[in-house]
Write a protein that binds this ligand. Structure first.
Ligand code: WTA
Length: 634
């Protein structure tokens, strides 16, 4: 089992060195030892970043579901593959074994085939976090159809745009969805979206809420009766290593969303290998990632990565605040969760609440905690470490992107010493470089720059769906022969990386480069502050000035706002320097966020600049109502 499970720091450095010196041998060993192939590759890697063209495991043949499910049936048929935890804790969870999962995905695969779906066809999946979502994704992979999962919180126009762009023939949805105490009319949204998508021939509808819905004759059919009639045997389609596995949309800084295309073999090898190491997954562990399968985190680290390792993975339908703010911890106790992976935004929201919500539950099963999606600020890091991990569970702060397919920078638990707000070291195979604005590599330590990757890794997106030019322009044209992440990072004295945020969020004030993340970090250290966002706005003298939007903790006591402003400014001055003090601090009830929890800085920048005439599309926000409130109190 060479290289697959890294056990100490020395071994990490050894493995890392090998992955750089002999990348082909390195990945070949991982691929050979841990997966089943119908045919082995002719060549491990072929690449050219100028085109760009990237091929891993060329001419190999495989099916990823055979690796996720079939091969475990010999030894783990009765092991739970998925624990499904419903929105309402009064409803019973489901324990789906590998054997059952095998049958279900074959049922769905046969239904798809029966409806005329073939290898290479695109299937749009717009489902809440119910087992049918996992079945649908894996059923597509079983028959070689390309899945395009659209997060079920997206609006009808966002759904229509994605369905059209990928030219989907089929859409799989549900009658409705439960989220906290809300019921959402999913099918109604689909009907509206499909008015603009004439090429969708079939809509399969899973039953979840039992709501009365409209079924369009000739197009819409209930999924369950079809599954019941279908055979539970379906031969896996033999795929080429570079056949597309899925498309997943991510928003660009401009223009329409980008359909990132991930292919089969490289994605499989990388998602499996990272999962095993970064979560230190052991045979009987129960692993839980709170993301939605509508995002890359859910693709790689709820479904593929865990199942490829024969793991038990929890799939949670609900939200952290329902029926109360103890819900996450109740689930950890109930299912004895060993690895818990969530986003800083959730941590901050929960940290705002009373500790009673945490202390009621037995969290002693936890061994590893993960963070993903945005920089984790120091205060949230410590809250997570102290109150959830009880200072005994290492935190893996995992940096990566939809485009990278898997985790790129992270500590390895029990191997890499952690450091708050630092994602730490690159994963084996990942060759990071920092670049300056002139395109010169910044060498040495204690430096910061634009984060790039100079060598291919197996799970990188190969293109943007039907827009290879945009793929090249976005990722490979800023710096010659390098993949540009769009993020800034600093490398400390020992070579640890800290992500400072999107480069487009860097603000230059009086000629000084200021990252928004460290300023927010400083603001958040003030004991009265729950969360904050800093953006730049034009200033005649300084070029840019800073505007801070600040959410206060709900303590019930009244504080003098002017005094608070002074104290916050002092904290910033202390932490970073007086230059980083915002010209304006506005206390707000909430910050506009995308459905994946990212702050929409574009909107805040507009508000800060005083130009609210055209805020763009706010309909896909998680909380569009806060925008009005912020403008009103500006
Ligand atoms: C940010 C999510 C700091 C980063 C997997 C990246 C992070 C973008 C971290 C990708 C982290 C993600 N620390 N920043 N641990 N993880 N990011 O495509 O700016 O939804 O470029 O993928 O999130 O977001 P995406």
């Amino acid at each position: 089992m060479s290289n697959y499970h890294i056990k100490n720091l020395e071994e990490y450095f050894q493995v890392y060195r090998k992955s750089v010196r002999e990348p082909e041998n390195f990945w070949q060993e991982v691929a050979e030892e841990h997966f089943v192939w119908r045919k082995k590759w002719d060549k491990v890697l072929k690449w050219d970043f100028t085109k760009p063209e990237i091929k891993w495991f060329e001419n190999a043949k495989l099916n990823i579901t055979e690796n996720c499910i079939d091969r475990h049936l010999l030894t783990k048929a009765e092991k739970t593959a998925i624990i499904w935890e419903p929105n309402d804790p009064k409803e019973k969870p489901l324990h789906i074994t590998y054997n059952e999962l095998h049958k279900k995905i074959n049922n769905v695969a046969n239904v798809l085939k029966d409806k005329g779906i073939k290898k290479g066809d695109r299937v749009c999946i717009y489902l809440p976090m119910i087992p049918e979502l996992a079945y649908a994704v894996l059923a597509c992979a079983r028959i070689g159809a390309i899945h395009s999962v659209v997060f079920a919180g997206f609006s009808f126009s966002a759904l229509a745009a994605r369905t059209l762009d990928a030219d989907c023939k089929m859409l799989i949805t549900a009658d409705g969805s439960f989220r906290g105490n809300k019921t959402i009319d999913l099918k109604g949204i689909v009907d509206k979206a499909l008015e603009d998508c004439p090429d969708v021939e079939t809509v399969l509808v899973a039953k979840r809420t039992g709501a009365e819905i409209n079924m369009k004759e000739g197009r819409d059919q209930w999924l369950e009766p079809l599954m019941e009639k279908a055979s539970d045997e379906c031969k896996p389609e033999v795929m080429d290593s570079e056949d597309p596995l899925f498309i997943l949309y991510t928003s660009g800084s401009t223009g329409k969303p980008k359909g990132m295309v991930h292919t089969t073999a490289g994605y499989m090898v990388y998602s499996a290998y990272t999962f095993k190491n970064i979560f230190n997954y052991q045979n009987d562990d129960v692993y839980w990632c709170t993301a939605d399968i509508g995002w890359i985190t859910g693709h790689s680290y709820i479904l593929y990565g865990p199942l490829l390792n024969g793991a038990t993975t929890v799939m949670f339908e609900g939200v952290p605040s329902y029926p109360d703010f103890g819900r996450f911890w109740e689930i950890v106790e109930k299912h004895k969760v060993n690895q818990f992976y969530t986003a800083p935004t959730a941590i901050r929201a929960l940290a705002k609440k009373n500790l009673e919500f945490v202390d009621k539950y037995d969290l002693s099963s936890l061994k590893v905690l993960g963070s993903v999606g945005e920089p984790i600020n120091e205060e949230a890091w410590h809250w997570y470490d102290n109150n959830i991990g009880k200072s005994k569970s290492p935190i893996v702060d995992t940096w990566w992107q939809t485009e990278t397919g898997g985790i790129m920078i992270s500590s390895i638990p029990f191997v890499t010493p952690t450091k708050p707000t630092f994602a730490t070291l690159p994963f084996p195979g990942i060759q990071l470089v920092l670049m300056d604005e002139e395109g010169i590599e910044i060498k040495g330590n204690q430096v910061d720059g634009r984060l790039c990757i100079k060598f291919p890794w197996p799970s990188m997106a190969r293109t943007i769906w039907r827009n290879h030019d945009r793929y090249r322009d976005t990722y490979f044209s800023t710096f010659k022969n390098k993949y540009f992440t769009g993020d800034g990072a600093l490398r400390d004295e020992v070579g640890y990386y800290r992500i400072t945020g999107r480069v487009d969020d860097v603000i230059i004030v009086s000629g000084h480069n200021l990252g928004t993340a460290p300023i927010e970090d400083a603001i958040n250290e003030h004991p009265a502050v729950a969360e904050s966002a800093v953006v730049g706005f034009p200033n005649e003298v300084k070029g840019n000035a800073l505007y801070g939007f600040v959410i206060l903790k709900e303590t019930g006591e009244k504080r003098d706002r002017d005094n608070l402003r002074k104290e916050i400014n002092q904290t910033i001055a202390d932490k970073i320097g007086p230059i980083a003090k915002p010209d304006k601090i506005q206390f707000v009830e909430g910050l506009p966020k995308t459905r994946s929890g990212k702050i929409m800085r574009r909107i805040l920048r507009k508000i800060a600049s005083g130009d609210t005439s055209d805020l763009g599309d706010t309909s896909t926000l998680l909380n569009p109502e806060v925008v009005e409130e912020i403008i009103k109190n500006r």
